[in-house]
Design a protein around this ligand. Structure first.
Ligand code: BDR
Ligand code: CA
Length: 317
């Protein structure tokens, strides 16, 4: 199986992404690293452990990382995710331990230990932990197989400012540092921006298919999705909510259901007006290097069938 580390700020859509990964035999989750984002770190690390326990994986390593972005003040998203970050289902307090090491140290140690080119970094939140790891041990960067990251947007605009997506806006300096380091080391970066995630809408019939699983994990997923979709439905009038973070995991399982292009992407960190914008050279109007596979299309029906089938496998025996 393909070895991955999931860096995350759960978040209902993070939770679904983690469950999808844990249900998939093609993937070996080496550990989860929590970062401050949707809610503060004390909640995201706890939510990560609650999800592991829901999946029957209390053996997993969960590490807490950065409590705040590299240089900006933390912005959170309780309006979307609720006070706990995981509002919706009634999940018990986690009992599995939080590991002692800082998330950035876990990332460094894991990349040093595993074969070069073996570990994929899946990032579902602000990129602070990954930026810290790369700054601490730059020699690990070329050992990364691929970075698959949820963040950004081009034609779709922003969801937190008119031009910035939440994960990038929370820590644009980290995003810029990670793209820079990956580009210099020749590490492939696949980006799941709002352009694609806004096409992965939950919809009543898709949630009904998960409810029909009639399993405890399926019921928890339904409760997560029903809470999560309310925000976007009210704000944008969409039929369902966008499953941003699960697109990252689905890319590893079924890249054929996605479409995009290899283009230059740069992160704005200078202007307060456009802070955190992903400047995407879709039409190749510059000679800047093509540093990001920028995804824009998804076969949403295939994505939801995959998700539903995999959720039906949990908890793992
Ligand atoms: C991203 O921000 C968070 O609210 C979601 O979990 C997702 O990672 C979408 O902009
Ligand atoms: Ca997230």
């Amino acid at each position: 199986p393909r070895k991955i580390i999931i860096d995350t700020d759960p978040g209902q859509d993070d939770a679904i992404a983690i469950l999808l990964a844990l249900a998939s035999p093609e993937l070996e989750v080496l550990g989860l690293t929590a970062v401050a984002g949707n809610v503060p770190l004390a909640l995201t690390e706890r939510n990560a452990r609650r999800i592991c326990e829901l999946a029957g994986r209390s053996d997993l390593a969960v590490h807490a990382g950065a409590a705040r972005p590299l240089s900006r003040k933390l912005v959170t998203a309780e309006a979307v995710h609720g006070r706990t970050g995981l509002d919706g289902p009634d999940l018990p307090e986690p009992v599995m331990p939080l590991r002692a090491a800082h998330a950035a140290d876990f990332i460094v140690e894991t990349l040093r230990r595993e074969e070069p080119g073996a570990v994929t970094l899946c990032t579902l939140g602000p990129l602070t932990n990954v930026a810290l790891a790369f700054a601490k041990a730059p020699e690990i960067v070329p050992r990364v197989r691929e970075i698959v990251t949820m963040g950004g947007g081009a034609f779709e605009g922003g969801n937190t400012t008119p031009v910035a997506e939440f994960n990038i806006l929370v820590d644009p300096h980290a995003a810029k540092a990670v793209l820079g380091a990956a580009g210099a080391a020749g590490v492939p970066v696949t980006m799941m921006p709002l352009d694609v995630t806004h096409k992965a809408l939950t919809r009543a019939d898709r949630i009904a298919a998960i409810r029909d699983l009639r399993t405890p994990v399926g019921d928890a997923v339904v409760a997560l999705l029903e809470f999560f979709e309310r925000f976007d439905e009210a704000k944008y009038g969409t039929d369902g909510g966008p499953l941003h973070d699960p697109c990252v995991i689905a890319w590893l399982l079924a890249p054929g259901i996605f479409g995009g292009g290899l283009v230059n992407v740069e992160i704005e960190t200078g202007s307060e007006l456009t802070m955190g914008q992903t400047v995407v050279d879709w039409w190749g109007v510059t000679t800047r290097p093509r540093n990001v596979r920028f995804i824009r299309e998804i076969d949403a029906d295939a994505f939801f069938s995959l998700l539903t089938e995999r959720i039906g496998r949990l908890p793992r025996e």
